[in-house]
Design a protein around this ligand. Structure first.
Ligand SMILES: CC(C)(COP(=O)(O)OP(=O)(O)OC[C@H]1O[C@@H](n2cnc3c(N)ncnc32)[C@H](O)[C@@H]1OP(=O)(O)O)[C@@H](O)C(=O)NCCC(=O)NCCS
Length: 178
């Protein structure tokens, strides 16, 4: 399954976003974006050079092959500004987990929220049987908590720390529309 999604422009003039499965055009942007210490802090798989970037991209391609990791590069005009993903676990047909990041220089412009909104709508419309999307962030990731709340992911509970992240996490949940 290969999909491209579009997030329309905003009434205030923010340009449209295109969500496309990652390909080799992502190598350089990935390396540049992953220089940000905040991003490294909140993500699991490091990208510090070309080899790791290719490995990271292979992980994304594998994810589409298996259906367990459906990820998209977020394009604004002609540059990659973020990443969104839906992760599925075998044996848990009714749920999936979402994740996201944006490049440091575009944060605070609503890109994560807009991309996540479109991704969530697509996931519910397309992934047969999925009735709940979960979102997990560490308790002190205030920006991520805000993205969750703005996008209809309601706080559910605080879960114990899960390595490699040292602190407890917030679980948020968005249910499929009726
Ligand atoms: C979390 C992240 C994806 C948000 O991306 P973004 O494109 O800036 O998201 P948005 O612009 O849609 O929304 C960010 C919101 O957080 C708020 N915010 C950011 N930093 C904040 C802080 N320190 N305290 C309170 N609010 C904060 C912004 O004001 C904004 O809310 P608003 O629209 O009500 O003003 C981005 O910060 C990021 O990539 N962080 C590193 C990776 C990461 O944490 N990923 C998530 C792992 S669970």
């Amino acid at each position: 399954m290969t999909v491209e999604l579009r997030v329309g422009p905003t009434p205030t003039g923010a340009p449209a976003l295109d969500l496309r499965p990652w390909d080799d055009a992502g190598v350089k942007p990935l390396i540049d974006i992953y220089r940000d210490p905040a991003l490294r802090r909140w993500t699991r798989v490091p990208v510090t050079g070309i080899e790791e970037a290719h490995r990271w991209l292979e992980l994304q391609r594998d994810g589409w092959r298996t259906g367990e990791r459906l990820s998209f590069a977020v394009w604004e005009t002609d540059r990659i500004v973020g990443h969104v993903v839906v992760k599925r676990t075998a044996g848990q047909a009714d749920r999936a987990e979402v994740g996201y990041w944006t490049a440091a220089e575009v944060r605070g412009r609503g890109i994560a929220s807009r991309a996540l909104e479109t991704l969530s709508g697509w996931a519910f419309a397309t992934l047969t049987g999925v009735t709940r999307l979960e979102l997990l962030h560490q308790v002190d990731n205030i920006a991520s908590c805000r993205v969750a709340e703005k996008t209809g992911y309601v706080y559910q509970q605080t879960l114990p720390a899960r390595p490699p992240f040292p602190l407890d996490g917030h679980q948020h949940l968005r249910r499929a529309p009726r």
